[in-house]
Every structure is written in C-alpha cells, then in structure tokens.
Unconditional design. Structure first.
Length: 442
C-alpha cells in the first residue's frame, strides 16, 4: 500500500475537508501545516497533546512531510499557549527536525483552515476550496499522531478528549471510539445535578441537555472535547432557541448594522459571505422567488463555515449562523448551484476578522473555567461500545464481520472500499452490526 492508502486503511478521520481526504497517491504539496491551535475556549485537546507528546508530534509531522514531499513543514500554535509552544520548540530543537513553529494570535477562529493557510503561507483558498488547491496539506495534531501510528501499523481505535468546565478535575482522556459520552464526563468527577454537556467546542459543538440524549451520545472519530456546564448556564438557553423564533426575531430586530459581516472571517478572506445581506433579504421574504433570485438573495449561505462569530458579535442576539444554515438547506432543496468566485481578494478593510479568545470566553460566560493548562491524563476502560459507521453520501459500507463474532481491538469491522475503514475499539463480541454501526461487548 502507498502512503495515502495506508492512512485510509487505518481509519484516520478525514471528514473536515482537509488532509488526507484531498490527497491522491501521486500528490505532492509545498506546505504541510499541522495545527496545534485550540481556538475554541475550553476545547484544548490539540494543545494538551502537543504539550504531553511533543516528540511524537514533531516525529509525525516530519514523517508526513517526507511522504507528501512538502518543501516546508509548520506546526501552528497559539501565541498564548506557553506549555505547548515550549514543549514543541524543545522537541524541534532536540530532534533537529526540519519543522518550524508558527505562533498565531490568540483569537477565534485561528484554526479555520483557509484562515490558517493564509496566515502562514499568504496563499488564499477560494470559497468552497481545499488546501490542496493552493499546494498545502493541513492536519490537526491528533490526526498527525493517528497517521504516524498508521505508518507504524496501528489502526485508529481511540480519541484523546479534554473533559473540562464544571468538573472536579480537568482531564485529557484517552477513550475508545464508541464509548458513552456520559462515562467520559463522569471520569472527571461527579456531574452537577441536571448538568448539560457540550460535545465539541462551545462555538461549533453539540449541546446535550436531555438525559436521554446524553446517555445516547458516544465518542466519534472526531470528538475532541466535552464541556460540562451547570443547568442554569446561558449557553443552554441560547442553544435551545427554536429556529422559528430566530427567523421571526430577524424580521423585527435586525438593524443591518453589518457587525456580523465585518467580523466574519470568510468575508475578510474575500469570500462571498455577507450575513447582514442574508438577514435583510430574509426580512423582505422569499415567497415567489425563482431560483436565480433565490440564489442572488441567499447564495452566500453556501460559503458559511459555521464558525458562529456572527452569533457572538450580533448586538441583538440574532444567530445569523442558523439563518444561513436554514437558507443553505433551501438552496440544496431547490438544487441550485451557486456560482463560485475562484479568485477572491483579501479585504484589507476590515481584513480577516474574528474575535480574541479571552473576549470570546468572557462573552460565552466561560471565564471561570478557562485559563488552566493543567490536565490529568487518564484512559477510559469501556466494557461496551457503539461505533457509528458515518459514511460519505452515496457510499455503501461493506461489513467485514458479523454479529456473534469475537474481535480483537483494532480488527477491521467495515469499510466503504475507498477511504473509510472502521476498526473495533475494544476486544469482545459483536452484539449487533449493520450498515449504521456496530455494538461490541467486552
Ligand atoms: S449583527 Fe445582528 S443586527 Fe447587525 S446586521 Fe448582523 S444580524 Fe443584523
Ligand atoms: S458563521 Fe457567521 S461569521 Fe462564521 S462564516 Fe458563517 S456568516 Fe461568517
């Protein structure tokens, strides 16, 4: 197997539009960028891993760079992330690896791929483009470590997850894929009564409030953090606001102040993304619009990356991100192909925007949980896992094993035959397996 086939067969997650999904076996790139940037408040697994395993991170980046023929290799880290930056700098110096450290400002979304690529290389990814379009490959720290493990012959079976927020002790938890999120959270100490959880960061993560939803959610191949919050936290009310209420409020309250657009990082990069314009067109209504008019009014929505900066800066709390998602759904439903600007120009005024991490943390009401880089490393021992076979649209999953089979950790369970392979995350008996997933009991 060549390099790309090896990492695909190992089950390395590649569903964020970045490395390695964009690479073909014959591809070579100018730049390899590994992001150790934890841009969302409290979601710090990339930073923690860098501080705890810096030698392996540098070794991973060096190995990948050699395989993809990168002329330059960079690890990006937040400028205020002292432990990760120092550990990585030391590992680079000791190993004499041809890897540079790039310190990016502490703001959100510093880890947005087009923003990161532009900051480091000056190259501009067009709207709906990918890093390979401009000669770059981008990966996260955990992805890089998974690739190194794949080159060493190991398959992806676990995730490193930070467990933070209203917990007794902050953890970097190594958990088998398919473990219960509730079990992961409980490792950090008893949960507050009626706690809610955010799986992922507070900006892009999924809010879980109902006990049944918390109980049903499991660690996926891309889970990075779990944030425990008390029941009265403001993020709970915000996440539960119905879409109908938001759409109605936009009509009555959007003053077209443009703050959402001025702070939008994709607008700053020169992409067609003007949330204030979508809000104004929503106020006018979409009744009777033909496809061309609909595309003209709401087409920007397909260029939204869902970062949520607009939600935070809106002075009247209108959540433009969810309005964008609503109209993106409308565009898909109508089958409209929105024209794509392939040569954007960075808008110097106001430039690439975003929001400082400290300010964002305060605005989200998370300051009391932030600021500590002290995480205990633990490993979760799960006696049962439910592994979801998330797959790409139009692809079939081929089941390699059957219900009743005994499997060892790391054995192949299913594959789409192209670039998606799923392995057993614990050893045990397969209780159930179908196209949607597998349940294994130790
Ligand atoms: S920031 Fe809020 S009020 Fe201002 S234009 Fe955007 S949605 Fe409207
Ligand atoms: S979520 Fe808001 S700020 Fe982020 S890209 Fe979309 S419109 Fe821009």
């Amino acid at each position: 197997m060549n390099f790309v086939e090896t990492i695909r067969a190992a089950g390395v997650a590649c569903d964020n539009g970045s490395f390695p999904v964009v690479l073909e076996p014959e591809d070579a790139v100018d730049w390899l960028i590994c992001s150790a940037v934890s841009a969302e408040p409290l979601a710090e697994s990339e930073s923690c891993l860098s501080a705890m395993q810096p030698e392996r991170v540098v070794a991973a980046v060096s190995a990948i760079a050699e395989k993809v023929g990168a002329k330059k290799s960079v690890i990006a880290v937040r400028s205020d992330d002292g432990p990760a930056a120092q550990a990585l700098a030391q590992a680079i110096a000791t190993s004499h690896a041809p890897v540079e450290l790039f310190r990016t400002d502490a703001y959100y979304p510093a880890n947005d791929i087009p923003v990161l690529v532009h900051r480091i290389t000056g190259r501009l990814i067009a709207e709906r483009g990918i890093p390979a379009d401009v000669g770059c490959a981008v990966c996260g720290v955990q992805q890089a470590l998974d690739i190194l493990a794949a080159l060493e012959g190991t398959h992806v079976t676990d995730r490193y997850i930070t467990v933070t927020g209203a917990v007794k002790r902050q953890l970097l938890l190594k958990a088998p894929i398919g473990s219960r999120i509730a079990a992961c959270a409980a490792e950090a100490g008893p949960l507050p009564a009626d706690a809610c959880l955010i799986v992922g960061g507070p900006m892009r993560g999924k809010l879980l409030t109902a006990p049944s939803a918390i109980e049903a959610t499991v660690v996926s191949r891309t889970t990075e953090s779990i944030i425990v919050l008390p029941r009265d936290h403001p993020l709970r009310a915000r996440g539960k606001q119905p879409l109908e209420t938001i759409l109605r409020r936009v009509k009555s309250s959007c003053g077209n102040c443009r703050l959402c657009t001025d702070f939008c990082p994709r607008y700053g990069l020169g992409h067609s993304m003007r949330p204030n314009r979508i809000m104004q067109n929503h106020r006018r209504g979409d009744k009777g619009l033909g496809n061309d008019e609909f595309s003209e009014a709401f087409g920007d929505a397909v260029n939204c990356c869902g970062c949520g900066v607009c939600d935070v800066v809106c002075p009247v709390n209108l959540q433009p991100r969810r309005v964008n998602a609503f109209y993106r759904g409308g565009i898909v439903k109508r089958g409209i192909l929105v024209p794509r600007e392939r040569q954007p120009e960075v808008r110097q005024t106001p430039g690439i925007r975003g929001i400082e991490t400290d300010r964002l943390t305060a605005l989200l009401g998370l300051s009391e949980y932030a600021g500590s880089h002290s995480f205990d490393l633990r490993e979760l021992s799960a006696d049962e896992v439910s592994i979801a076979f998330a797959r790409k649209p139009g692809r079939n999953m081929y089941l390699i094993r059957s219900a009743g089979d005994h499997v060892e950790k790391g054995e192949l369970l299913a594959s789409d035959g192209i670039d998606f392979s799923i392995h057993a995350s614990i050893g045990g008996t397969i209780v159930k397996i179908d196209a949607s997933g597998a349940q294994i009991k130790a």
